[in-house]
Design a protein around this ligand. Structure first.
Ligand code: GLN
Length: 502
């Protein structure tokens, strides 16, 4: 039998339901592993006692024959989801020690399905970043090579899953923060359609883009988690979609019309945007993606050339809209209502200024400045309004593309994970690395990263799949079929020793 830390969400749930193991045993095993790999920096807040207490309660319920889908399964949450029993920092000094009076809807729904939590996972400050180097707390090391970043902003979530510290984790994606770290750490992650998961209790970065999603070992794991994260929440989040809940696990096994056992993807048209395979894409990532595409065709899919002509514009458009919304959202952190307050100040204005200067790190301050600038009276039309218009065109480009294909495939990021420190002083280099994930977010479409081999330095490469609105089932079905035929998602970092991550 494989080791507990190799199980993932679906397998852990199966083992618990069939009473092969107790939740307490699983939780204890993972706690030990979390302690051994503490140096990886995946957790901002580690809660072993709380987890063991919940595991004990889950064991009683399991013993009584209760069957909730995630009963007793240990997960952990990105530290932008507020939690009642654990502090929430959003990776910022601004929120050090902050305790929410309520749980984020996504957290509450996973708890209602029986999941327990090992703690809160590290991330870039207010989810702004691509390498987890903007966390006020610590760096996160990539379990495949501890000299490299795990990706960001959900870097702690990706590293924790890849290293087998938790069965699965929550993440958030505003411009790629689930997909890119999933790709860099060789795990599976899905950013659903905007509005599918409630944003209630998610510390806001850019409200028209922020979306929660699962990060786990496989498409099956993601399907289990997502089925319990979604659903309308209109009393708390007016942008949450009022659509019926979907059983994504059932969708994995729903055969395509006319498909056969060896051609499960028969009839699936996979669009390849020429702009995703241009000069900016590194040779090693392209090579892995091409092998994955060949695999999809072996399973019956057909490849179709498509164009997303405004891909390049997604970078300036996103880096106008996201900071604009961030500057507005983060104005609530004034030292009065929330978070850090400076110790010494002369008057109210000085208190605001000092509290915000001390509480926010450099990247967050940069985004607030950019956001305030593009929203300012003289520049609003030139930047913000223009960006909104191009955002609409980007969304229309996708709709034109979906006339020709059912899903879109390509790389998640131009390269494999880079070295810690390599890009930390160059914000623009970080922004450019988001080129393949931003347009999906701007359009509000679901996107996924699926482990698809290895590139330079034997680092994981993800295949990105993008679907039309509310077509998460097609993405998960495609990814699951791919994972039945490949074992990239089962690989785990073999060189990981506690010493190496210390
Ligand atoms: N890397 C992008 C940024 O820094 C995306 C972050 C995210 O999706 N939260 O804004």
């Amino acid at each position: 039998m494989s080791a507990i830390h190799e199980w993932g969400v679906a397998e852990t749930a199966r083992q618990l339901a069939s009473k092969q193991v107790s939740s307490t045993e699983v939780t204890q095993a993972l706690i030990q592993r979390c302690e051994a790999y503490q140096g990886m920096g995946a957790f901002v807040h580690f809660a072993p006692e709380l987890a063991l207490q919940s595991a004990k309660e889950a064991d009683v319920r399991l013993g009584a024959g209760e069957r909730a889908a995630l009963l007793g399964v240990p997960l952990a949450h990105k530290d932008v989801f507020v939690t009642k029993t654990m502090p929430t920092t959003a990776g910022s000094r601004m929120l050090a020690g902050y305790k929410s009076p309520f749980n984020a809807t996504v957290v509450q729904r996973l708890m209602d399905a029986g999941a327990i939590s090992l703690g809160k996972l590290n991330c870039d400050e207010f989810a702004m970043g691509s390498g987890n180097e903007n966390s006020a707390y610590s760096l996160v090391k990539n379990p495949w090579d501890t000299s490299r970043v795990p990706g960001g902003s959900s870097g702690g979530s990706a590293a924790a899953v890849a290293a087998g510290l938790v069965a699965g984790a929550t993440g958030t994606d505003t411009g790629g923060s689930i997909r890119q770290p999933a790709s860099f750490c060789g795990i599976t992650g899905i950013k659903p359609t905007y509005g599918l998961c409630s944003r209630f209790g998610m510390v806001a970065f850019a409200s028209s883009l922020d979306q929660a999603g699962p990060m786990a070992k496989s498409a099956e794991d993601c399907a289990v988690m997502l089925s319990h994260m979604t659903g309308p929440d209109l009393d708390h989040d007016s942008t949450s979609l009022d659509v019926a809940k979907v059983d994504y696990v059932a969708a994995l096994h729903q055969p395509r019309l006319g498909a056969t056992a060896d051609k499960p993807l028969l009839g699936l048209r996979v669009g390849l945007p020429s702009e995703f395979f241009g000069a900016g894409l590194s040779v090693d990532v392209n090579a892995a993606v091409q092998v994955a595409l060949k695999q999809l065709t072996d399973m019956g899919a057909t490849l179709v050339d498509i164009s997303l002509p405004r891909t390049e514009l997604s970078i300036p458009v996103y880096y106008i809209i996201a900071p604009a919304e961030a500057s507005s959202n983060l104005s609530r952190f004034d030292g009065v209502r929330y978070g850090h307050r400076a110790k010494d100040y002369d008057d109210l204005g000085d208190m605001y200024q000092r509290s915000r200067s001390e509480g926010f790190g450099p990247e967050v301050q940069r985004r607030i400045l950019i956001g305030a600038y593009v929203l300012s009276h003289g520049y609003y039309d030139a930047y913000y309004v223009k960006a909104q218009k191009i955002r609409r065109l980007i969304a229309q480009d996708f709709q034109a593309a979906f006339q020709q294909c059912d899903v879109i495939a390509g790389p998640v990021a131009p390269t494999v994970a880079w070295g810690i420190g390599e890009k930390s002083n160059d914000p623009v280099a970080n922004y450019l690395a988001d080129i393949f994930t931003l347009s999906t977010s701007l359009a509000g479409l679901p996107g996924m990263s699926v482990p698809a081999g290895f590139g330079a330095g034997a680092m994981p490469v993800g295949l990105q799949l993008v679907g039309n609105y509310l077509n998460e089932s097609a993405l998960l079905h495609t990814a699951h079929s791919f994972q039945q035929a490949t074992d990239w998602h089962r690989r785990s970092p073999s060189l990981l020793t506690p010493g190496a991550a210390a």
